[in-house]
Design a protein around this ligand. Structure first.
Ligand code: HEM
Length: 171
């Protein structure tokens, strides 16, 4: 059976080794060792998401306040890219597939997410071009990893119940 990583690579067009080139240097330190560049990126990203002209995409985020979404994302990015574990200290294990389970993380949603992230990166001056490229490759692979995870959890949900589930409890 194809693993989620394999599906992520096939759908994103990004080999896992290229996605994880992000771990070859400590990005957090390389960007100055403060959360600021990640705050800038997440603010740029979510400002675009919450103002998206595509209502179907905007609505995916309608259950969260923009400020909270920014904080969740920048804390995750700081932690994932070599900084202190801000996300886990406040929210626990990242478990991104589980956390995205309530949302329709489709191929179309991944492309829209990546579109906004690409634009957000382009307008974030506190991140250098080489790091932007590495981040985008990592994001592309991760977005499709989440699509694969979302399909998997939905398949699990749609498995018909076993016949015993419908039988009346013994009296
Ligand atoms: C593929 C398309 C994606 C969609 C549609 C999507 C959607 C969402 C939504 C609706 C939320 C809730 C907002 C909040 O309250 O924080 C969320 C949270 C989050 N997403 Fe995504 N996301 C996608 C991709 C990604 C990717 C690629 C990453 C990481 C690189 C990511 C990381 C996160 C994190 C860290 C949170 C916060 C989780 C929490 O604190 O509970 N997402 N996402």
């Amino acid at each position: 059976m194809q693993s989620l990583q394999d599906k992520a690579s096939e759908w994103s067009g990004v080999a896992a080794a290229d996605a994880f080139a992000i771990d070859e240097v400590n990005v957090f330190e390389a960007l100055g060792g403060t959360p600021q560049p990640f705050v800038d990126l997440s603010t740029n990203f979510y400002t675009r998401v919450y103002e998206d002209e595509e209502q179907w995409f905007r609505e995916i985020f309608s259950g969260s306040r923009k400020e909270d979404a920014i904080q969740n994302q920048y804390e995750f990015l700081v932690q994932r890219m070599g900084g202190p574990p801000l996300f886990s200290q406040r929210r626990g294990h990242p478990a991104l597939i589980g956390r995205h389970r309530p949302f329709p993380v489709t191929h179309q949603a991944a492309e829209r997410w990546l579109h906004h992230m690409q634009q957000a990166l382009e307008t974030t001056e506190s991140i250098n071009p080489d790091t932007k490229t590495k981040m985008m490759i990592f994001f592309r692979h991760t977005a499709y990893f989440l699509v694969a995870g979302n399909e998997m959890t939905r398949q699990t949900q749609s498995v018909p119940p076993c016949k015993h589930a419908t039988s009346k409890p013994a009296e």
